[in-house]
Write a protein that binds this ligand. Structure first.
Ligand code: PMP
Ligand code: GLN
Length: 396
């Protein structure tokens, strides 16, 4: 054997994802898992029944690579119905992918060359930086800053944003609502970012998987509907969060035809197509009545309040997130070390799993995550209450 490492250089720096690590620790220590974001309740019966019917009725062979037509049509309708995203041609502007995760990789594969730069907000959802590295590009980070006296929500400095763009910028990778801060980007912020993209002739990937989990007064703005971004944006979403079906991994991209074509070229050789019966059922899901989507939002609002109250009883303060099913709690006063030490203590000794946010930051911004812990509230009331009880007993 040669002395060469088994690992290719592109995977050598990557460890196990923090989500798998903390879910395994939670299992091992019998902890309540508020770490990895997956609901402990199931998606709507009508959607599960539609998947069953699709399998029984024989929708079991490869779908067209771009996706079942019925789902592409439902994606176009849904965009117009909820986000004013009109004019989506299901045939030329949509590709169905195996989750948003595959979609993000295919956008990068389709649009970004080695040596290009990708601008992304820190903290960064963990697959982004790995995927940027896979295509040989370089990430340039804009730090998101926590709320303070002058800013009621997470914010960024326009100067720091401008400084992240340069002659090599190819793509801005956005995430709204944002994991893990819960920030929902405003129309003004998106328009400003759009002018920077226009100045640098950059494209935009907008990851909107939490598009239906947004709490008033915040309001989800689909980036592709902002005039400054419209012609240059690839929207990425999936049904995992909206329908509490994270295990289905049905996602999609929506983009102007030339951009869709670039992504489709990658997708056809990454997975070719996504599970056919689940696509058929996802079309049913996207056409559920408004009451479903309103109910989802109301339930998550109640869960958010429940977890915030539980954390407060345990002496942990947290800003209410504007969107997503995560919140960041301030752990800096607890005297249990940084976020990694705190989260290890929590899962092994207190019996609650949370995620240490410093893993979402690049080295130069890691300090911004050290005093925080991310808790997921996509859990049933009994589980949130048990977590709160343990936190109160273990941290007070
Ligand atoms: N983007 C963000 C911001 C996420 O939090 C997640 C969570 N799973 C994903 C993408 C991946 O979505 P999917 O499960 O559809 O691949
Ligand atoms: N998006 C989920 C989270 O942030 C994790 C998904 C995964 O494990 N890849 O918790």
């Amino acid at each position: 054997m040669s002395g060469r490492s088994i690992l290719a250089q592109r995977v050598a720096p990557l460890g196990t994802t923090v989500f798998s690590e903390f879910s395994a620790l939670a299992l091992q220590h019998g902890a309540v898992n508020l770490g990895q974001g997956f609901p402990d309740f199931d998606g709507p019966d009508a959607v599960k029944e539609a998947a069953h019917q699709a399998i029984v009725s024989g929708i079991n062979q490869y779908a067209p690579s771009t996706g079942l037509k019925v789902l592409r049509e439902a994606i176009a309708e849904h965009g117009a119905r909820f986000h004013g995203h009109t004019g989506i041609d299901p045939d030329t502007m949509v590709t169905v992918t195996s989750g948003a995760t595959e979609a993000i990789l295919c956008v990068l594969l389709g649009l970004v060359d080695p040596g290009d730069e990708v601008v992304v907000f820190a903290p960064v959802y963990d697959s982004y930086d790995a995927n940027i590295a896979f295509v040989g590009a370089r990430a340039r980070h804009i730090p998101l800053r926590p709320p303070d006296a002058a800013h009621p929500t997470w914010w960024f400095s326009p100067d720091e944003a401008r400084a992240a763009f340069g002659p090599r910028t190819r793509l801005l990778l956005l995430n709204t609502p944002h994991n893990p801060t819960g920030k929902v980007f405003t129309r003004e912020e998106l328009a400003f970012l759009g002018t920077l993209c226009a100045e640098h002739d950059a494209y935009v990937l907008s990851d909107e998987v939490y598009e239906h989990i947004v709490f008033a007064p915040a309001w989800h703005v689909r980036a592709a509907t902002v005039p400054e971004l419209a012609g240059r944006t690839v929207t990425v979403s999936s049904g995992g969060k909206t329908f509490s079906l994270t295990g289905w991994k049905v996602g999609w991209i929506i983009a102007p035809p030339a951009l869709r074509d670039a992504v489709q070229r990658a997708h056809q050789f990454v997975t070719f197509a996504t599970a056919s019966p689940l696509q058929a059922a996802m079309a049913v899901a996207l056409r559920l009545p408004d009451a479903y989507f309103e109910g989802l939002r109301a339930q998550y609002h109640a869960r958010r309040e429940r977890l915030l109250a539980g954390l407060a009883r345990a002496g942990l303060s947290a800003q209410a997130p504007e969107g997503s099913y995560f919140l960041l709690a301030d752990i800096s006063q607890k005297g249990l070390g940084d976020d990694l030490a705190f989260c290890r203590h929590l899962v092994t000794r207190v019996g609650v799993a949370a995620i240490p946010p410093s893993v979402f930051y690049p080295p130069e911004h890691k300090h911004l995550g050290r005093g925080l812990a991310r808790f997921a509230f996509c859990k049933s009331d009994a589980v949130l209450d048990e977590a709160a009880r343990r936190l109160e007993a273990g941290l007070r």
